[in-house]
Design a protein around this ligand. Structure first.
Ligand code: IVH
Length: 695
């Protein structure tokens, strides 16, 4: 922040000029954000512009004329769609950032209403969904018009598109004759990632975040495209209504739920600023697990009669405020691009950044996705870039700030050899389509140290051999020291310890206990279920699901290995339910490789692979897709998962139309609502134990 020297208060003329400049800047960013779904600055930077703008108006009220950006919301509607004038304007929310401002907000409301400072004042608190707001007009229960917010007064008619969104009912049950529901259209992370991957495969542009994807999907001129995009919706407000339908904010939310509209399950009634903050913390803590983007918490005076009395000031209501999370986007300098080599040889470009705080976390690395993405964004070393960190995911580079490109910055040339082993790195051509894979891969396989180390990490990981104490750091160290080169070496580690070199317990960071714990942990995993074993091998395309399919089909390691080594292996494997030709071919290639066979022979001397006979094919849960959510009290999540797998069920992390059963423990949040939305059967832990024991 820059401080003005004391005594030099700006004049009205100076402030007017600055006000105009900031206003133009804000208008341009509004246009990019709302009109093009392509913002070019971080939300934090935008909020800062707004703050400076409002501060000028506070100092010189004459600046706040009818043209003030504070009286406008969003951008004027684009030309593609018919315009709709909102019966009741769709306004915006004021923002607060600091904890103290929650108390200030409550005090402001009480003061305005002439209430004593300690008078009770209930507030509804709910997540602020990062999507795009929409007005849904129902007449006699039928959806007659859907419109985007636009500039707050006039939006775009997106009725045809909204009718294709399954989450939005075309009919309401029991709503007033005229009822305008307002809420946020958004896209869930899982859908966003899957669709973006599909876009990339089809050579179409990918979207930077779910919000932009949702906006782009809603603004399709062809409703069939919108129909193919899984958009979701939460109702949290209303516009014109023919008769009162609730007396409180929470009552209104419940009423909308009864009418058939999806509402957010994290909506709570808070009686004090302390409770509001506590709920803010709860939502913040849940943020990464929600499966969709939120950017803060909205507090609303619960009593609708009080809301009415409080009314609006310029573009936002006095009765509500958005408590934003710390910014999750920031700009910084790209100092270099490092190419990492993964287990399957994929070369992944990682941005090395000048450290920057994004959403309270210092970020130094960010993904650049792949070669094509670098080219598409024209990212160059030395560029100033916009970094985004959403929830738990790896930070990513959204774009380059071109104005700040240093003179002489050269386009980035992606390497064509593996930076670790020097083997050629190629982009495979899809034989059918003739399209090159987006991923460039090292062809060095086992001679490539990077692939070997990553393979070992995968082998020991949680859903594979799950060896406690043998994490990424230890594996890297043991590999570097030559102690572990192939999976079999893990199991001979204790027998070789101290022979010809310093024993492990004398290594820095290792003690007597930790070494003996490590050896115990390794021994505990000498027996492994076939599906886990197949997954552990790290064969490309053989993830948990395919490993389970193969394990179920072949039942035991011997039969599987024989099939995979047969001359017609690809054909034979391709006949397994759910295994496609590409997967079958990859597995056949893996087993045709002499070096892999040698690695397996050595490994089989050390371990036992359990046949799947233990899996009762006839169990009622066999073949079912189960989701666990909330906390379990009698067993850990991993235990429950293993149990389900043993019974032949599939465990999934997210609820979809394919889910058969949800096991919900205390604290199950949004997944329960999703389950209800999908009409999925939900049971508690006790019932789970009963059912898994039966049959
Ligand atoms: S209430 C008159 N509640 O945030 C106030 N808005 O920055 C109406 N938003 O335009 C808005 N989640 O697009 C409200 N739970 C929520 C919200 C929410 C997201 C959006 C909405 C609004 C913008 C204001």
């Amino acid at each position: 922040m820059t401080k003005k020297p004391t005594g030099s208060k700006p004049t009205l003329a100076e402030s007017r000029a600055q006000h105009q400049r900031l206003g133009a800047e804000i208008a341009e960013h509004d246009r990019r954000y709302h009109g093009e779904d392509a913002p070019t600055i971080s939300d934090a930077a935008y909020d800062e512009l707004r703050r400076r703008y409002s501060a000028l108006e506070a100092a010189f009220p004459e600046l706040a004329d009818a043209e003030s950006a504070n009286r406008k919301v969003g951008a004027a509607p684009s030309e593609k769609f018919a315009k709709v004038r909102h019966a009741v304007p769709m306004l915006s929310l004021g923002n607060i950032f600091a904890d103290e401002e929650v108390e200030e907000f409550c005090a402001r409301v009480r003061r305005f209403l002439g209430m004593p400072v300690d008078a009770p004042l209930a507030m509804a608190a709910e997540p602020k969904i990062d999507g795009l707001s929409c007005n849904l007009r129902y007449e006699n229960g039928e959806l007659v018009r859907a419109a985007t917010r636009g500039d707050g007064f006039e939006g775009e008619d997106v009725t045809a598109n909204v009718r294709t969104i399954r989450a939005i009912p075309n009919r309401l049950d029991g709503a007033p004759r005229i009822f305008e529901a307002r809420g946020e259209i958004y896209m869930r992370h899982a859908d966003f990632e899957a669709l973006n991957a599909r876009q990339a495969e089809a050579g179409k542009p990918i979207y930077a975040n779910p919000r932009n994807f949702a906006a782009g999907s809603l603004r399709q001129l062809d409703p069939r495209i919108t129909a193919s995009r899984p958009l979701a919706f939460f109702a949290y407000a209303w516009g014109e209504v023919s008769e009162p339908f609730a007396t409180t904010q929470l009552g209104a939310i419940h009423a909308m739920q009864r009418f058939g509209l999806p509402t957010n399950p994290l909506t709570r009634l808070c009686r004090t600023a302390g409770e509001m903050l506590a709920h803010y913390r709860t939502i913040e803590a849940e943020r990464a697990n929600l499966g969709y983007d939120i950017d803060g918490v909205v507090y609303k005076v619960d009593d609708l009669a009080l809301q009415q009395r409080l009314g609006f000031v310029s573009r936002s209501p006095r009765w509500a405020v958005a408590h934003k999370f710390p910014a999750e986007r920031a700009t910084t300098v790209l100092e270099g691009i490092e190419i990492q080599v993964g287990r399957t040889g994929a070369l992944t470009p990682v941005a090395k950044l000048k450290p920057v705080t994004v959403g309270g976390v210092v970020v130094q690395n960010a993904t650049l996705h792949n070669e094509d993405e670098i080219a598409r964004k024209d990212v160059r070393i030395g560029d100033t870039v916009v970094v985004q960190r959403a929830g738990d995911v790896i930070p990513q580079i959204l774009e380059v700030v071109l104005d700040k490109r240093p003179a002489g910055a050269e386009p980035y040339v992606f390497p064509h050899v593996c930076p670790v082993c020097g083997s050629a790195a190629l982009r495979e051509i899809d034989e059918k389509t003739g399209v090159a894979d987006v991923v460039r891969r090292c062809t060095g396989h086992l001679v490539c140290a990077a692939q070997a180390v990553e393979g070992l990490k995968h082998f020991c990981s949680r859903n594979a051999f799950d060896i406690e104490g043998l994490g990424d750091k230890q594996i890297e160290l043991f590999f570097k020291e030559g102690l572990i080169r192939t999976p079999a070496d893990i199991f001979t580690l204790s027998a070789r310890d101290g022979k010809g070199r310093q024993p492990l317990r004398e290594w820095e960071g290792f003690g007597e206990t930790s070494v003996s714990n490590l050896f115990d942990a390794i021994d505990a995993r000498r027996t492994i279920a076939l599906n886990r074993f197949l997954f552990a091998l790290g064969i490309r395309h053989v993830g948990e699901t395919n490993a389970r399919r193969l394990a179920r089909h072949y039942g035991e390691w011997g039969s599987f290995r024989a099939a995979a080594r047969a001359p017609n292996a690809a054909e034979e494997l391709g006949a397994v339910e759910g295994i496609g030709p590409v997967v079958a071919e990859t597995i056949a290639d893996f087993f045709a490789e002499e070096r892999n066979e040698a690695v397996l022979d050595a490994l089989m001397k050390e371990i036992t692979v359990e046949p799947m006979a233990a899996i009762a094919a006839g169990h009622p849960l066999a073949g079912k897709t189960i989701v666990f959510t909330g906390s379990l009290e009698k067993m850990t999540r991993d235990e429950a998962k293993a149990m389900a797998e043993r019974l032949g069920a599939k465990v999934s992390g997210s609820i979809s139309a394919k889910t058969d059963l949800v096991v919900a423990g205390p604290g199950a949040g949004s997944k329960l609502t999703t389950a209800r939305e999908h009409g999925v059967e939900t049971i508690d832990e006790e019932e789970w134990i009963r059912r898994s024991a039966a049959g």
